[in-house]
Design a protein around this ligand. Structure first.
Ligand SMILES: *Cc1c(COP(=O)(O)O)cnc(C)c1O
Length: 363
């Protein structure tokens, strides 16, 4: 085949990107359920490339073929939209990442991007690590992060053992996450991010997200929120100022129990005291293209497609789950053998009013 030159592919890539971006803009204005059902997969793509398949295709291939060495060069230098190799990207992954970015920014004009991962734990690792780099001018300077202690057990171990104990990256622990002064008292110039889980699993700890985000930004650092329990159907932390959301897709987002996976969804142009303009401009794309390319915690295409299918009915499942939980909580609250019911949804919970402000079923 005669070569058409690398520019030919770059121009075609630009046209494809523009088309996709225009399509995303259109779908962003749709209702939550419509986005959850269709995501960024269009019928145009179905007809042009996928024999009319109305469901996102599952691409199990490890790598992608190219027409010639020019296309390959454009792809491997990230100059055209491509997937090259499924550790970095893959069409099935792309559809999942697209829909999650739209759902986490639903109802706002925030721009975000998503990087799907092999588990919730690898999502947390991927979200935190880029900030935990040593100061090049003074590599011996100790660094720290400030995080609530009421976090999922796996997160506790990752923070306490893998980061703090093994690498001396200090976890400054917030005991009462609803105490803003406690958060603030732990921050110094070597703090790299604030981290919280809300509602936490299993303690349902909860805090004023908007205020903690403002605090983070006052010190020029990002706020990372694990929003696994709520899912974007109940809470969208980016809308309240959080910089990064992590999801264990394994839990509420899928709910079918079909597989372990996770996701990092980050706003573009996030706040950080790390001198890395590319990372700050588009954190989701950055971790996908660089650290996660090198560390390899990618999602499998089969898990991406199974998750897409579960996400289509997310809102109605959360509605039913919330109603059922409330019924059980009210039943137990009145039961003569039950001393106390600890549930954010009940008025008797000390943080009920705060939770009511944030946990609202979308649409
Ligand atoms: C389960 C869980 C995780 C870890 O997710 P995996 O997919 O099991 O790795 C993280 N955060 C919360 C809140 C969880 O419940």
């Amino acid at each position: 085949m005669s070569s058409q030159g690398i520019n030919h592919y770059i121009e075609a890539g630009k046209r494809a990107m523009n088309w996709h971006n225009e399509y995303k803009k259109k779908i962003k204005n749709c209702k939550f359920d419509t986005i959850a059902v269709h995501g960024v997969y269009s019928m145009q793509e179905a007809l042009d490339f996928n024999q009319g398949s109305t469901i996102e295709p599952m691409y199990m291939s490890a790598s992608q073929g190219f027409r010639d060495s020019d296309e390959m060069e454009a792809a491997l230098s990230y100059q055209i939209p491509t997937w090259c190799y499924s550790r970095i990207g893959n069409p099935s992954m792309y559809y999942l990442e697209g829909v999650l970015a739209l759902l986490e920014t639903y109802g706002t004009d925030i721009e975000a991007s998503c990087c799907a991962t092999s588990s919730g734990m690898s999502a947390i690792y991927s979200a935190c690590e880029p900030f935990l780099v040593v100061d090049k001018n003074d590599p011996s300077k100790p660094i720290n992060f400030v995080a609530s202690t009421q976090v999922y057990g796996g997160t506790f171990q990752q923070f306490a053992v893998r980061k703090d104990e093994e690498r001396n990256i200090k976890w400054r622990k917030v005991i009462n996450s609803n105490n803003l002064d406690e958060w603030e008292s732990l921050i110094d110039e070597n703090t790299r991010f604030l981290y919280g889980e809300m509602p936490s699993n299993p303690g349902q700890s909860f805090f004023d997200l908007e205020k903690v985000a403002q605090l983070a930004h006052k010190y020029g650092i990002p706020l990372i929120i694990d929003s696994t329990v709520a899912t974007p159907a109940l809470l969208r932390p980016l809308a309240y100022g959080a910089d990064i959301v992590v999801q264990s897709i394994t839990k509420t987002l899928t709910s079918s129990g079909f597989g372990v996976s996770g996701a990092v969804i980050a706003r573009k142009n996030l706040t950080s005291n790390i001198d890395n303009p590319g990372m700050k401009a588009d954190f989701g794309m950055y971790i996908k293209a660089l650290p996660n390319r090198d560390n390899g915690p990618n999602i499998s295409p089969i898990n991406a497609v199974l998750t897409l299918n579960d996400i289509r009915t997310l809102r109605s499942k959360i509605d039913l789950m919330s109603r059922s939980t409330m019924k059980v909580a009210k039943f137990l609250e009145k039961h003569k053998h039950i001393e106390k019911v600890d549930y954010l949804g009940l008025e008797s919970h000390p943080l009920h009013d705060l939770a009511k402000k944030y946990l609202v079923l979308v649409d």
